[in-house]
Design a protein around this ligand. Structure first.
Ligand SMILES: *[C@@H]1O[C@H](CO)[C@@H](O)[C@H](O)[C@H]1NC(C)=O
Ligand SMILES: *[C@@H]1O[C@H](CO)[C@@H](O)[C@H](O)[C@H]1NC(C)=O
Ligand SMILES: *[C@@H]1O[C@H](CO)[C@@H](O)[C@H](O)[C@H]1NC(C)=O
Length: 329
């Protein structure tokens, strides 16, 4: 009976509608009419708020030029049920992302990329002359990546990470443009709290953009951990990685081609492909972040008074003013 009544509200016209129901309907409509002049006030308030918001955005552009954008709580709604994790994230949430570009003076480009407590600095030097002739390639430039852990000597695992990062990064660089040269990418881990390969690849992409190296497309990477009760956790911390039964690292470029994947542990085929879908969506979000970070940096430079272009323009303006003064006198 109750269900029938509820259905009536949605499907019009309704035969089973009683007199009282119709009265209620009319009353409801009158209520709607009486509040008809409210939207005008709301509009005015909303307009005011949007202006305040715009001003704030402009101000933040002026003052926070090293892009530190804290956001990125991806809302990828997939088949995974939303179980709270230790750090109160949902299973499909990325940790807050932060980045900073051009930190190093001597490098051609550099970027620091943090996902939660995992933080990596990447520096790009090049294209430069090849130091060891043995490495030189006649038709293209050589991409050399070195991966340095936060503490201790480089181990076998770091060499493996280095190789994975190199493979991922080389795929997006247009190496044919600079034959017989070398592009060095230095990856220094500040702190490792899981998903470090992904964090390193994301840092490299931003650093390459900062260095102005010609790229095919962008690349972004995400790590997934598979728990023993078949949950998929996005962007796991070190603890979650330790407690998982399997890990998968995906690097996907902005044409949504899979550039690199690496799995450890035992993961079923269906889980792997389920993970791949989640990774594709998340990588798009990371790429969007990278674009935003670069755009903000470029916009920031325009408003900065100390950049070379504005300086020359200022001097030009001053000179012309001087001329005018002389002419008038
Ligand atoms: C790290 O490398 C240095 C030099 O190769 C060596 O002397 C040192 O014992 C190494 N440390 C560890 C913890 O292996
Ligand atoms: C994870 O495991 C590694 C060794 O496998 C250990 O050194 C590290 O302390 C562990 N981290 C956490 C947070 O459990
Ligand atoms: C600065 O000068 C360049 C050329 O000298 C010109 O194209 C540009 O529009 C100028 N910018 C401003 C803000 O005046």
């Amino acid at each position: 009976m109750n269900d029938k009544r509820r259905a009536c509200l949605f499907i019009q016209p309704c035969k089973g509608q009683t007199e009282r129901d119709r009265e209620k309907d009319v009353n409801d409509r009158q209520l709607e009419n009486s509040s008809a002049n409210a939207p005008l006030i709301l509009d005015v308030v909303a307009f005011g708020l949007s202006i305040v918001g715009l001003c704030f955005v402009e101000f933040s552009r002026l003052f926070f030029i090293p892009t530190t954008i804290k956001e990125m709580s991806s809302t990828t709604t997939t088949t995974t049920t939303n179980i709270k994790r230790d750090d109160t994230r949902l299973s499909n949430q990325i940790r807050p992302i932060e980045s900073e570009q051009a930190l190093l003076n001597k490098a051609d480009g550099s970027a620091k990329f943090s996902q939660g407590k995992s933080s990596v600095l990447a520096a790009v030097y090049g294209p430069i002359d090849v130091k060891t002739a043995r490495k030189e390639k006649i038709s293209k430039s050589v991409v050399d990546v070195s991966f340095t852990p936060a503490t201790g000597n480089t181990t076998y695992f770091d060499k493996e990470r280095e190789m994975l990062v190199r493979n991922a990064v080389e795929s997006i660089i247009l190496t044919l443009l600079h034959p017989r040269t070398q592009i060095n990418v230095i990856v220094q881990v500040y702190s490792n709290d899981g998903s470090i390969i992904s964090c390193a690849i994301n840092a490299c992409c931003l650093a390459l953009l900062d260095a102005g190296i010609e790229l095919n497309c962008l690349i972004s990477s995400i790590t997934l951990s598979f728990t023993h009760d078949n949950q998929i956790y996005l962007d796991p911390t070190q603890k979650e990685e330790n407690n998982s039964k399997g890990l998968a690292v995906y690097a996907i470029n902005s044409k949504s081609e899979i550039v690199m994947t690496k799995t450890t542990g035992i993961i079923g085929e269906s889980l792997y492909f389920q993970g791949l879908n989640i990774a594709k969506q998340s990588c798009e979000k990371v790429s969007a972040y990278t674009r935003l970070a670069v755009r903000n940096r470029i916009m920031g430079d325009q408003t900065q008074p100390s950049t070379t272009t504005t300086n020359t323009n200022n001097t030009l303006v001053e000179e012309s003013k001087d001329k005018e003064m002389k002419d008038s006198s």
